[in-house]
Design a protein around this ligand. Sequence first.
Ligand SMILES: [Zn+2]
Ligand SMILES: [Zn+2]
Length: 307
Amino acid sequence: MKLTILGSSSALPTSERNPSAHVLCAHERFFLIDCGEGTQHQLRKNHIRFSKINHIFISHLHGDHVFGLYGLLSTLSLMGRQTPVHLYAPQNFGQMINSHLNDFDIHLNFELDFIPLSGKDPVQILDDKYLTVTSFPLKHRIPTFGFLFRDKTADRNIKKESIEKYKIPVARINSIKKGADLVLNDGTIIKNEELTTSPPEPLSYAYCSDTKYFKKLSSYVKGVSLLYHEATFGRDLSSLAKMSGHSTTVDAAHIAAEAGAGALLIGHFSARYRDTGGLLEETRELFPVTYAAKDGMTLDIGKLKPL
Ligand SMILES: [Zn+2]
Ligand SMILES: [Zn+2]
């Protein structure tokens, strides 16, 4: 699982920072999460092939998270795309996107499969061979959703020497990889733990933007490998954060600690911060394994080291 940041700014883009967009690459598939203005350009700059994106997740309908989508869809069509795009977004977006495409005479060559997000509880919205994606509600000024991407547990690794020692037939290997014991011809049972080693821990990534602090959020992202949590403001602007439905560095650190996250990534920075070093420092005081998002940065989620 690798995460590339295409935009780390909040509503106002700066010369260094674009509005929100992340790309998660898992098992050779690319998932686009939010699509602020400039996302197409950022995809090009970061050498991410448009055709590889089949799933797009929109957290909420504020412009800094969605204004890039119209142009991107139009480009996909101009490029001759024919495979469907699965678009996950708040439910009222279905009608909005259709009317926009009509208004601007955009005719897509491909199917736009719209999956509406709604409700007050986490919902599994994608389940395939390799991973699941769950959406969960955030607390912002309008309906907003976070996303949790979770790798499925891989099969156990069967030891070569066990295959030789017990002459395990090929037909049995699959079930042993899934955890079955081996029964020999004389009825002896060889426990699975003797035959296999554990697979690596499944990785996970959670995207939480935009939101103000609420304790329950940590239960939605319990034990996540990497938590992205917005930190629009520094700790001194906590009343502004509350008022605008956003979080401070302290809020982000608290959620990461309460969730027992492996690492925290902060972003969605207000344009008032030219340099985000101060925000990073503040967060690290409370949650040491914190990174600050930067446009063009890629994190390998399986290789995040304690700082
Ligand atoms: Zn925003
Ligand atoms: Zn917003």
